[in-house]
Design a binder for this molecule. Structure first.
Ligand code: AHR
Length: 498
């Protein structure tokens, strides 16, 4: 296959937003317990946080972390997680059929966040709770002192307020599986009133209303319109969630899943702008794509119906996907789509960070290691800088069962004064792609670095014993005059020009 890409620094989309590179820590399975937190682990610090996981979180280049859920948050009483650990109650977590020991709560999370150097994105429970509890948590976190909740935080050792700016108003409230599931009007009113009250306490907040849990939800489109009709003035962002998987061995469709994400974003933006026009509003709502990843959800659902959960274990291994090369290439394609839409996607969170559909895996008491999907995220976060550029690919296409005709090349570039970086996926399963870069507008540049993530076996995985099987490697097939790079079949590629 042969493709060309024209790169011109004048074709600007928007500045690269650091919040594109967010992730998610939910009280789910082993994400918190034996994930980020494991007192007694050889690498644990005095607070019980695993240093190996902290190091990998920093290496991943994570900007924001959404917490504490997820479906979990819709039944969560945040007060259970504060004060002396010995007197915290254990509770049933109905969302994941587990027991929540509450050894980690908001104070521990914020200590971890500081060590990891990330911005927290806090979610409030609008499933089983409402305005008052959201206000209490906000007071606990953001008021300096001199009130009931803020003085408690100080008494618990956090003298300075946390100053948390980004808040999610509930989670997936459109989903019938959600505790306290609501209609769009019910949720829209509650979101608006919660937001209004929270802003009375702290006007500097950025608030995210729940959009649809997926573009295939029966209420998709109508949900966003109705929620925003109720809450437009009170919120800043609307959320999107999307998970993708290879179905029935249809690799070509799977590798093109970013086509769905692209459509999803366009539809939500159009819906938000439609409400803006109707309300004669001036501000624009942006998207918080605060759950996205590859997740073999249909396998999980099938296993759950074959064997319904028994008992209420603490931190059981749940949703522990083993990601292969093709999954990493799909993730790379999704990152490219998020970057391409940086004008309207203000934030994104890959779900999740550790053990649960995650780039980082741990063994309890043992090793931590990087899954295949770790690498595109880490490279995109490290190298995307300056402005996102719209690139004009001329690419061969192929037919997919799910999305019809799609280009084999999926790409974006970023540009700062020192370097221009091209992120490119070759979706072709049958052969390499010779990519010619028309970079005349950049002046006299050459390829200073080109890496590729690929493998003769598209289902190759990393494991605890062999964690570096699938890693980015130098691409040997780089030519100059004209600039050309050969992208292996099913590959994620980073090409840096200077
Ligand atoms: O990330 C796993 C789950 O997926 C989250 O708890 C929920 O919000 C979504 O359905």
């Amino acid at each position: 296959h042969e493709a060309t890409l024209t790169i011109d620094p004048a074709f600007r989309v928007a500045p690269v937003r650091r919040r594109t590179f967010g992730t998610f820590v939910e009280h789910l399975g082993r994400c918190v317990y034996t994930g980020i937190y494991e007192p007694g682990h050889p690498s644990a610090d005095a607070d019980g946080f695993r240093q190996d996981v902290l190091d990998m979180t920093r290496e991943l280049g994570v900007s924001t972390v959404r917490y504490p859920g997820g479906n979990f948050v819709s039944g969560y009483r945040w007060e259970d997680g504060i004060g002396p650990v010995a007197s915290r109650p254990a509770r049933l977590d109905l969302a994941w059929h587990s027991t929540e020991p509450n050894e980690v709560g908001v104070d521990e999370f914020m200590r971890w966040a500081r060590k990891a150097g990330i911005e927290p994105m806090m979610a409030v429970n609008l499933g089983t709770r409402g305005v008052q509890e959201a206000l209490d948590l906000l007071e606990y976190c953001n008021i300096e002192s001199g009130t009931h909740w803020s003085d408690l935080r100080v008494a618990h050792g956090a003298k300075e307020p946390y100053g948390i700016r980004m808040w999610c108003l509930g989670n997936e409230m459109d989903g019938p599986w959600q505790l306290g599931h609501k209609t769009a009007r019910e949720y829209g009113r509650l979101a608006a009133e919660t937001a209004r009250a929270m802003r009375m306490l702290d006007p500097g907040l950025e608030l995210v209303a729940c959009g649809s849990s997926g573009s295939s939800m029966p209420t998709f489109g109508a949900w966003e319109a109705e929620v925003l009709e109720e809450a437009y003035d009170q919120v800043d962002h609307i959320s999107c969630h999307a998970y993708y998987e290879e179905k029935n061995g249809d690799l070509a469709s799977f590798l093109a899943c970013s086509t769905d994400m692209e459509e999803f974003i366009a539809s939500v933006v159009a819906t938000a702008d439609h409400v803006r026009a109707k309300l004669r509003a001036t501000k624009r709502i942006t998207v918080s794509f605060d759950e996205w990843n590859v997740w073999y959800l249909s396998r999980f659902e099938a296993a759950k119906s074959a064997e319904p959960p028994v008992g209420w274990p603490v931190a059981p291994p749940l949703l522990e996907e083993r990601y292969h090369l093709a999954d990493a290439v799909a993730v790379g394609g999704l990152l490219i789509t998020l970057l391409r839409n940086s004008d309207r996607v203000a934030a994104a969170s890959q779900a999740q960070l550790v053990n649960v559909i995650a780039p980082i895996m741990t063994e309890p008491g043992g090793r931590a290691w990087r899954q295949t999907i770790f690498h595109p995220f880490a490279q995109a976060s490290r190298y995307a800088s300056g402005e996102v550029l719209r690139v004009e690919p001329v690419s061969p296409v192929h037919e997919t069962a799910e999305y019809g005709e799609v280009p084999l090349l999926h790409a974006v570039a970023t540009h700062d004064e020192d370097v221009t970086t091209v992120f490119a996926v070759n979706r072709a399963v049958d052969g390499p792609m010779e990519l010619t870069l028309d970079a005349r507008a950049l002046g006299d540049v050459r390829v200073v670095e080109a890496t590729t993530l690929s493998d003769p076996d598209v289902y190759a995985v990393n494991t605890a014993a062999d964690p570096d099987w699938v890693v980015p490697r130098a691409n040997p097939d780089v030519m100059s005059d004209p600039l050309r790079v050969v992208l292996p079949p099913v590959s994620w590629n980073v090409i840096r020009l200077a």
